[in-house]
Design a protein around this ligand. Structure first.
Ligand SMILES: [Zn+2]
Length: 178
């Protein structure tokens, strides 16, 4: 898979679930419905969130309208606070991480990792509960709670001196949520 920054996607401090998700996503091996449908395992290729689109790996992690809206908010917030943008190639392939210093790359990649796990979890919950609906506010609540923990662990395990932890609380303000 050309253009994937494999090593940068798998830093030693990152949790196993995030590493697996990055790996399977970049290889396009996640068990998304389009893939399962092709193998005769799922009765439908459509996105379980209910947007009406076909659920490919890129759809579920980046371009589903619900997911895209979430990324827009996260990216606006992150670039305003930290100066680094979040785009498709970064999210799916870790592209750009190698160019950044660890003070920028580590908290950014931690945030992207948490967001991807939250999105994948929400999509799986839609299937489990057979409820094709994801509320932005629920995504944000889970994201903020997990990001606080994740950033603390990423910072204690690296020498990055970011003030990210102090401003995650700004993330739930109305400005970013609506
Ligand atoms: Zn969708």
């Amino acid at each position: 898979m050309p253009g994937v920054e494999w090593a940068a996607m798998q830093p030693t401090w990152l949790d196993g679930a995030s590493k697996d998700l990055h790996w399977l996503g970049a290889l396009r091996c996640l068990p998304v419905r389009e893939r399962l449908y092709r193998h005769g395992i799922s009765p439908t290729p459509l996105c379980p969130i209910g947007c009406g689109g076909e659920e490919t790996v890129e759809h579920t992690l980046w371009s589903c309208p619900v997911v895209a809206r979430f990324w827009r908010r996260v990216s606006e917030w992150w670039s305003a606070e930290e100066g680094a943008g979040i785009d498709r190639d970064l999210v799916l392939y870790g592209r750009g991480l190698k160019r950044m210093g660890p003070e920028t790359a580590n908290p950014l990649w931690q945030a992207v990792s948490v967001a991807k796990c939250v999105l994948w979890g929400a999509r799986c919950e839609c299937i489990r509960s057979q409820t094709p609906r994801v509320r932005q506010v629920d995504l944000f609540h889970v994201f903020r709670a997990r990001l606080g923990k994740g950033l603390l662990s990423c910072q204690t395990k690296t020498s990055g001196q970011s003030n990210t932890v102090t401003f995650i609380y700004s993330f739930m303000s109305e400005k970013w949520l609506y």
